[in-house]
Structures are given as C-alpha cells and as structure tokens.
Design a protein around this ligand. Structure first.
Ligand code: WT7
Length: 652
C-alpha cells in the first residue's frame, strides 16, 4: 500500500454546524439535562409540521417508544415542497450519472413534479395511506422519485436491493404484504445488464405474488420484458397521464415511513420499521451536524437505495436539507478504477461518503495501475470525506485522508445501523480531533455505552457490548409483524431489558473516551459492507437437494472485510478434487439464486460430518479457526469427531 500520509493532523473545520468542542459539550449537556426538551426543540427547528406535536416521548409501552406522536407532517413535503419558494425550485437536487457516463440533472421543482405525478398514479391505482409498496429498482432518479412518491401518500415503501434474487424479493414482498411493485426492465452496472423485470416476475409468480395488483415498470434500457396486461404499467405512461400537483397525505409522526429488510441471526430477514417524524429529523440533522452541509456543497453518497445508507443519505437526508447531490448508477471499478475520482472532478463534489471496501479495492487498483491513482485527478473541490458500513482499518483511513483528501479533509468514520436510522457515533468535522480507525464520540443526545454480558458498564479500555441507554427519535419502531423479535433481539432480558443492543463489540480509549467498533458479536457477517446472516446462507445451502448439513462462518479479508466460508456435509460421499470443485461451484450458484450474488460463499469446504460436541452442537469457534487457516491449538476434547477437522482444513 503506497500511502505517503503526511503526519500533520487534519485541521478541524472552522465555522462548522457544531463549532468546536464547547458547542458539542453544550449540546450533550442540554440532552442529558432534559432529553425530551432537547429533542422537542430540534424537531421543531428542523422539520415543518402541519400540526405541531405536544407530546415528545411516550415510553409507556417501552421498548415500543413513540416520538412526537400527535404531530402531523409529511416526509415528501419536508424534502421537496418546503424548498420550492424564493427560487428554490430551480436549485439542483439530483445530478445523476449513468453507468455509461451520461449525466441528467433535476432541479427541486422537477423532482417535486415527478414525485407528484407518481404519487397521483399510485393513488389512482388505489394505493392508500398505510398500504405497502415494494421497490426493486436500480440506482436511478426513478428510485428516489418512487420512494418520495410513496412517502407523499403515506404508503410505506420497502426497497429491495437489485442484487437480491427472486426468492429474496418474494419473501420480503409477502412478509410486508405489498400491493404494488415498482421495478425496471433492466439494471445496468459495469456495462452488464441484469433483467430486473424478469426476476420480479419470477417472484410474483410464487405463492402470494397475486396480491400485487400493479407492477410499475421504469424503462431503463428498452430491453424485452415479460408483460402481464392489466397488472403491468409503464412508469413513463402513468406519469404522463397525471398532474404535477399532489396534496401530501398528512400523517402522524409515528406513521411508518418505510420497512427495510436486514439480516439478523436467524434464517429469515427482519423488516426494520422506521417512523416518519423521528427518522426524518435525524436524517436531516445528521446531514447538518456530521456533514456540515451547506448550500454550496455537492454531496455524494455512493450507497445504493436498497440499503439504509441510500435511504438516509440519498433519498431523505440530502433532500430534507435541500442539498445538491450526485447519484450514480454504476460501480467504482468500471470502466476503470478511476471512476469515483473522475466523477468527483466532473461534478465538483465537496462531500464524499463511501464504504471502506470500495476504498480498499481502489487502493489495490491504484497500487497496480498508477493511471487510476487519485493523484491523477482533480479532487480539489473535496472538503469532507466519510466512511460507513464496516470498520475502516487505519491504513486505508490514512490513504483515503492523504491521497483523496489531500490531508485537508476530515475523514468521518460514521458508525450506525439499519436500525438506528442515522449516524450514532461519528466525528464532527468542527469538533473532534481524528484518530484513524475510530468513530470517536456519540452524537449529542445519543447515550452510547459499553457493557458486559449482564448489562453492567465496563471501564474504558475494556471491550464489551455496544449499547444505547436511552431511546432516540430515529430508532427502529419494531420488526414488521414480529414485535417479539424486536423486543428480544434489541432489548434482551439478559441486559435488563432496557438497553438497546447494537450487536457490535466496542472498546473506548481510556484517555479520549473515543469508541472503536470491533465488529459484530452475533452471527451476522459484514461482507463488502453488506450485512449477511450466517443462518440465512446456511438455510439456503441446506435447501439444496445434495446437502445434508451446512455451517457458515466469516474469516477476515483484506478487501471485503469478511469473506464467507461454508462448511458442507453432503448426503452422498464427501467429494474430492474435481468433483469437490464442481459441487462447490453448483452450491455457489445455488446460493446466488436463493439469496443473491452477494451471499455466495467465497470458499466451500467438505467433510464427512460437522465437528460437533457430544450434545450435538456444531463447534463454530473451531470452524472459524479452520476458516482462518489457523493451526488448531484449541482443546478439541469436547468434539465428538475431531477427525473431520482435517478434512475441512482444505478448500475445495
Ligand atoms: C453494521 C450495520 C450503517 C449503514 C450501513 C450498514 C457495521 C456500520 C460501521 C463503522 C464499524 C460499522 C456494524 C453495524 N458498521 N458502520 N463506521 N465502523 N462498523 O448498515 O447493514 O445495518 O449494518 O455495520 O457492524 O452493526 P447495516
């Protein structure tokens, strides 16, 4: 890795939204003194309410908290309409760059008009407040329009990442009870076309798919698509038939804005339900606080709308504050690994928010192909950098700071989760001296702490479980259709039932109090910043007719953070050599088809049986060591069948 990192610290930003440590401390103290008054003040100052709230927090049914619940508002109104006056309609909202490089820009006025047309079309098709709309779209202007149109009429959306399979889409569609699906003919990434509508139709043809009465199709490429007359309609046709004015549906602050599925430690994904008021407040406020967003900025978050980052820092946060942002259809490495740097120059990006995985793969590329090194591009417009999704190793942090940020730009390592709605622990550019690899301090009002297995605080310098001690407005409200899973999973009894358990390990520096996240403590993997439950991959593998048993673990990977390693026992004989290769390839393809390409195991290893304890439990810690290629020095005396360990030590 070539990092000519200057050792001079990156200067704090002058005149930031939270300007200096004293301003930060004042907010932290305000929040501690009277949390409700603090959040009420912020909600009044940063959102437009159709009817002001009089109740701030209702904790009577904890941990099912309600925030601002007698207030009325509309998310799309807050993201669009309120910016239109005084020439605001002409301000650029979206700069879209397609995979092939074509650029389209949309003003706030144009975005508003498109959202209204689609919202009207949804209403005409019978979609009412509370009805769920499924969105399965590529990164596109249309994706943002579709989400905002749902918000406008109070129809919670559920976006499924375009890389998920028909089965995954179907599972989520049925679980959420969607009546409409919005998709595209094809998705284009890295020059390759993926037939989204064909995949969507496969999902719709399975049990329960008949409950979707309307499929709206965005024509991205004009490629051939299967079509069901009556059910399927073209997006451009319904838009053309509608008015560009649409009265927003005023909803109470607790009305679900969206349900976004994420992986947990069981085989089924959970629908994380977010509210309208509390969620939007934090999306807007963190744009101001963490990103110090200003009218002159061009913001670019490289996430996909299929993940929470694309919800909070593409669809809702930037628009809620009237920002100008870049959205990108393609991938960082196509047509070459200079794509991000070239786009930053072309669109004069000033705030750049991306994933550690992308950074690591671009470091690798720049090391072997100097022509795509960031120094070859004009990155002079950058003033802030951010990372999200996984721990960033200090080397990658330093390279990003030096080679991309030129040693001038604060690098904000933002820790948060699908469930938290927005940033939880993150440096503030005008406040926090940076330390590579640390997400530093909680945002004001976020009571982060580290506890042991029984919920007791651990001293700084000792590792433990990351928890949040008080409710905050943008926290998830429940797991869709499964309140018991919400309570048991996030407010476990073992910790006393009142602490929000993030599922990550963390440690605080004894001197600075800074947090460093050490990774998940449950059976959730983080592969290229994508969250994957090992149980989901295990059940996909186990569903294959040749598989008797499967166990999935992660092993550290220099580029993707973690890599998926699957241990498989077949019903027939343990395959060796070429046969092992053939079965492994078939199983990888199978997982791709069952869940999506992002869940394909990097390695599959075969054994005659799983290493188990006498009581029949798979010995996962052993498998983790085997996956890492470590010599087995652990005590294997409790393992019933230690002989299989050596079989598993070889990759197929
Ligand atoms: C998990 C949440 C946050 C939006 C994208 C991912 C890991 C996230 C960081 C960070 C270390 C991080 C955690 C977390 N994670 N950001 N800055 N440093 N780890 O959202 O899919 O809900 O995943 O991502 O393990 O629990 P998600």
């Amino acid at each position: 890795m070539s990092s000519g990192a200057p050792n001079a610290p990156i200067p704090l930003l002058a005149g930031a939204a939270i300007d200096g440590m004293n301003a930060y401390r004042a907010l932290v103290e305000e929040a501690q003194r009277d949390p409700e008054a603090y959040w009420a003040r912020l909600a009044r100052e940063h959102l437009d309410w159709q009817r002001p709230f009089t109740r701030t927090l209702d904790a009577t049914n904890a941990p099912f908290f309600k925030w601002f619940d007698d207030g009325l508002l509309n998310a799309s109104y807050n993201c669009l309409d309120r910016h239109l006056a005084n020439g605001g309609a002409a301000r650029t909202a979206l700069i879209f760059e397609a995979d092939g490089g074509e650029v389209t820009t949309l003003s706030y006025g144009e975005l508003h008009a498109r959202v209204c047309r689609v919202a009207n079309a949804l209403r005409e098709r019978g979609v009412r407040r509370g009805d769920r709309v499924m969105i399965y779209l590529p990164m596109s202007v249309e994706g943002v329009v579709a989400m905002q149109a749902c918000a406008r009429i109070g129809a919670p959306h559920s976006v499924v990442f375009g890389g998920f399979s028909a089965k995954s889409l179907h599972e989520r569609m049925v679980n959420v009870g969607a009546c409409v699906l919005i998709t595209a003919d094809e998705q284009v990434r890295g020059g390759r076309h993926l037939p989204l509508k064909t995949i969507a139709d496969e999902a719709l043809s399975m049990d329960g798919g008949e409950n979707v009465h309307t499929v709206i199709v965005y024509r991205r490429t004009g490629g051939a698509v299967p079509w069901q007359a009556g059910r399927d309609v073209w997006l451009h046709e319904i838009e053309a038939a509608q008015s560009a004015a649409c009265e927003p549906e005023w909803v109470d602050a607790e009305h679900p804005l969206f349900i976004l599925y994420t992986s947990g430690s069981t085989g089924t994904p959970k629908g994380v339900q977010h509210s309208t008021g509390g969620y939007l407040l934090w999306a807007a406020l963190t744009m101001k606080w963490t990103f110090d967003i200003r009218a002159s900025d061009v913001f670019w978050c490289t996430a996909d709308i299929g993940w929470i980052t694309g919800h909070s820092y593409i669809c809702y946060g930037p628009t809620a504050v009237g920002a100008t942002q870049v959205i990108f259809e393609g991938v960082p490495t196509w047509p070459d690994a200079g794509r991000f740097w070239q786009m930053i120059g072309r669109h004069k990006v000033s705030i750049f928010y991306t994933a550690p995985t992308a950074i690591r793969s671009l470091i690798k590329a720049a090391d072997s192909h100097p022509e795509v090194h960031p120094s070859r591009y004009d990155l002079g417009t950058l003033r802030l950098l951010g990372t999200v999704g996984e721990p960033i190793n200090p080397d990658a942090w330093r390279w990003f700071a030096a080679e991309v940020g030129g040693g001038r730009c604060p690098v904000l390592d933002t820790f948060w989760q699908t469930e938290t709605g927005g940033h939880m622990i993150a440096p503030l550019p005008g406040v926090t001296p940076l330390v590579p690899g640390s997400c530093t301090l909680p945002l004001p009002g976020i009571e982060a702490a580290i506890v042991d297995e029984s919920g007791r605080d651990v001293p700084n310098g000792n590792g433990g479980l990351l928890v949040i001690k008080r409710p905050w407005p943008s926290m998830l409200r429940t797991v869709w259709g499964n309140p018991a899973r919400y309570r048991a999973g996030y407010f476990p009894e073992e910790l006393g039932g009142t602490l929000y358990l993030a599922g990550d390990g963390a440690i605080r520096d004894p001197h600075t109090g800074y947090f460093t996240i050490t990774g998940r403590v449950d059976d959730v993997l983080n592969v290229s910043g994508h969250r994957m439950g090992t149980a989901e991959i295990e059940s996909a593998l186990a569903a294959h007719p040749e598989v008797a048993e499967a166990a999935v673990v992660g092993r550290p990977d220099a580029t993707t953070g973690e890599a998926i390693v699957a241990f498989v026992v077949l019903k027939g004989q343990r395959p060796v050599d070429a046969e092992a290769q053939r079965v492994a390839d078939a199983l990888r393809a199978w997982v791709g088809h069952e869940i999506g390409p992002i869940a394909k195991p990097r390695e599959i290893r075969f054994g005659d049986a799983m290493p188990k304890t006498r009581s029949g439990k798979i010995v996962r810690r052993l498998l983790r060591s085997v996956a890492k290629g470590e010599a087995i020095e652990q005590d294997t005396s409790t393992v019933e069948n230690p002989a299989v360990i050596s079989q598993f030590s070889k990759a197929a």
